[in-house]
Design a protein around this ligand. Structure first.
Ligand code: SF4
Ligand code: SF4
Ligand code: FES
Length: 323
């Protein structure tokens, strides 16, 4: 091994659905400088070792969003991920295609599900027909109005967040973090005339399926912070339309319930979320939980320090101007 070079082992996912019964991992070993991007290593493998390896890329500068893949189980851009830190942390570099999208071949996925969800949110301004955009003139916005969506235009549509999202994995109809972040951008744009309709449609359309795990924000190479934009959308939806269905009622119930005792009253939360009739529909699951955790039926005693919890709530309410 040369002084400045690192021996790097790559276990690369290989699968051609037209020929292979199942996927396999192929090991390639190269000697490379630690700052070498994973994408450059893959291109070297393809040029010098195995021309059959398929991958997608274009700009090589974290701009086009084409080279997103799973690198040591994290959704990353291959052109932005250096091999040195990966080798130091994991001892090898496992490279797999993005998740939540079918594999076309090797590291190339079919991104139709991702783009279908993007189309679904109708990502374009919808103007008031009575006040069309003045032709040939700028439509001004205040700096504060622009500030509200300053992160979302940074998105390069790489799909790393979609690949990382467990809500997409459990329900492919969930719009996904990128589509919701884009939706937020139009909801807060003062020129858009359809924001109420957008909020109305997205509530039963999947907004509340987000698990708040923040994996999308961790994986985003452009700091769009989609999970924060989804949180903002939820707040906007409740403010504009009230708690109209299970997800929003659960969120509001959670907030109202906690200061009573400093711990959740779970039975009360079920009633707050589903209402009386809906709670009866949850009876089967309730009995299963009761068998494992009989104390669920007891009203919780206030914890030591409950007054501290209430103080936090009051401080938050003051911040929001509700007290
Ligand atoms: S925070 Fe929500 S949108 Fe983001 S990865 Fe988790 S479930 Fe998906
Ligand atoms: S939000 Fe971030 S991770 Fe998701 S598509 Fe846009 S740039 Fe990629
Ligand atoms: S090749 Fe363009 S973002 Fe990586």
């Amino acid at each position: 091994m040369t002084a400045n070079l690192t021996k790097a082992e790559f276990d690369v996912y290989r699968y051609d659905p037209t020929k292979d019964a199942k996927p396999r991992y192929q090991r390639y070993t190269l000697e490379l400088a630690p700052h070498t991007p994973v994408l450059s290593a893959l291109l070297q493998i393809r040029a010098e070792v195995d021309p059959s390896l398929s991958l997608r890329y274009s700009c090589r500068h974290a701009i086009c969003g084409s080279c997103a893949m799973q690198i040591n189980s994290k959704s990353r851009l291959a052109c932005q991920t250096q091999i040195g830190p990966e080798m130091a942390k994991h001892g090898r570099i496992v490279i797999e295609p993005m998740r939540n999208q079918p594999v076309i071949r090797d590291l190339v996925v079919d991104q139709s599900p991702f783009w279908r969800q993007y189309d679904r949110i109708e990502p374009h301004l919808k103007l008031d027909p009575a006040h069309p955009m003045p032709v040939g003139q700028p439509t001004s916005m205040s700096p504060e109005e622009v500030e509200r969506f300053k992160e979302t235009p940074r998105c390069i549509a790489c799909g790393a967040c979609y690949s990382a999202c467990p809500a997409v994995e459990s329900d492919p109809e969930f719009p996904g973090p990128m589509a919701l972040a884009k939706l937020y951008r139009f909801v807060v744009d003062p020129r858009d005339h359809a924001h109420q309709d957008r909020l109305l449609r997205i509530q039963p359309g999947g907004l509340w399926l987000c698990l708040r795990c923040h994996l999308c924000t961790e994986s985003c190479p452009k700091d769009v912070r989609p999970s924060e934009r989804i949180r903002d959308l939820k707040e906007l939806a409740i403010t504009a339309q009230g708690a109209t269905e299970h997800g929003s009622r659960h969120a509001v119930g959670f907030k109202d319930n906690l200061p009573d005792a400093g711990v959740l009253n779970e039975m009360k939360l079920v009633r707050q979320t589903y209402g009386l009739v809906g709670t009866l529909g949850q009876l089967g699951q309730g009995i299963r939980i009761y068998r494992k955790k009989p104390e669920i039926l007891r009203k919780p005693h206030p914890i030591q320090g409950v007054e501290e919890v209430r103080k936090i709530y009051r401080a938050l309410d003051r911040e929001e101007g509700k007290e």
